[in-house]
Ligand binder design. Structure first.
Ligand code: CTP
Ligand code: MG
Length: 239
């Protein structure tokens, strides 16, 4: 069984409002991106890693991240694209159509992924073709109209907040992404915003997507207060 991880670090981090992109901000003495890379590097399940970053950060990542911290499993540092789904596709395309049996796609902005989460995903892939990490929503969720009125309240037990990794049979996700890229214009014309990998399978993959529990600590660093929370979580883990 061969397993590839794609670690995404090509976003601009607009909601963080910092000069340095959030994935490279210091956290506990090293760049934030290092935490997830550490976990995939050390994982007994993962064979290789594709790191995706901005065109202008490739050299920095090669020297100051992959070289400096010795991530031997990183096969290549790839240039990402405008949207997250472009970045994922660039990595899949660089790896090629038959690069591995399974692929785990992870937001580099989620430093608290663990080996248990990775093994939980791969356990599910023994019987399913696609699974996504998430946690049941703690809050009640409401659907709103464009005008900002409540139109629906889904049953809370059936509402999940989605995290990464999102994990797939490699050929399934490769083919689904290829179809998305080919029909990108129509997708955009319909007003669909592709914000995660599961959506690509839901729309183009012809496969069910299983939900698998991650952890409430597997947060995405998105806005400034998330960095404060990350510091607390680091201390809690003794990192
Ligand atoms: N990402 C990426 N390529 C993009 C956009 C996002 O690789 N074109 C990555 C980010 O680096 C991040 C993950 O996808 O690790 C999740 O995206 P998000 O949290 O939205 O990060 P940003 O897009 O950087 O932040 P923002 O939306 O606030 O600009
Ligand atoms: Mg974004």
């Amino acid at each position: 069984m061969s397993v590839t991880a794609i670690v995404l670090a090509a976003g601009k981090g607009k909601r963080m409002h910092t000069d340095v992109a959030k994935q490279f901000l210091p956290l506990g003495g090293k760049p934030l991106i290092c935490y997830s890379l550490d976990v995939f590097e050390k994982s007994k399940y993962v064979d290789e890693i594709y790191l995706v970053t901005g065109e202008d950060a490739i050299e920095y990542c090669r020297n100051e991240i992959v070289g400096k911290y010795g991530y031997g499993k990183v096969t290549d540092v790839i240039a990402g694209g405008k949207e997250r789904y472009h970045s994922v596709w660039n990595a899949l395309a660089a790896a090629g159509p038959h690069s591995a049996d399974y692929v785990l796609i992870h937001d580099g902005a989620r430093p608290f992924v663990t080996e248990e989460i990775i093994s939980g995903n791969l356990e599910v892939l023994k019987t399913e073709k696609a699974c996504v990490t998430g946690m049941p929503s703690k809050d009640t969720v409401k659907i709103s109209s464009e005008e900002g009125y409540v139109t629906d309240t889904p049953k809370r037990a059936n509402v999940w907040n989605i995290q990464t990794p999102q994990s797939f049979e490699y050929s399934l996700i490769y083919e689904a992404y290829r179809k998305l890229i080919v029909s990108e214009k129509e997708v955009l014309a319909k007003g669909i915003q592709v914000t995660d990998d599961a959506m690509v399978v839901e729309n183009f993959g012809n496969s069910k997507v299983k939900l698998v529990e991650g952890s409430y600590e597997n947060i995405k660093i998105t806005t400034p207060e998330d960095l404060d929370i990350a510091e607390i979580l680091l201390k809690r883990r003794g990192l």
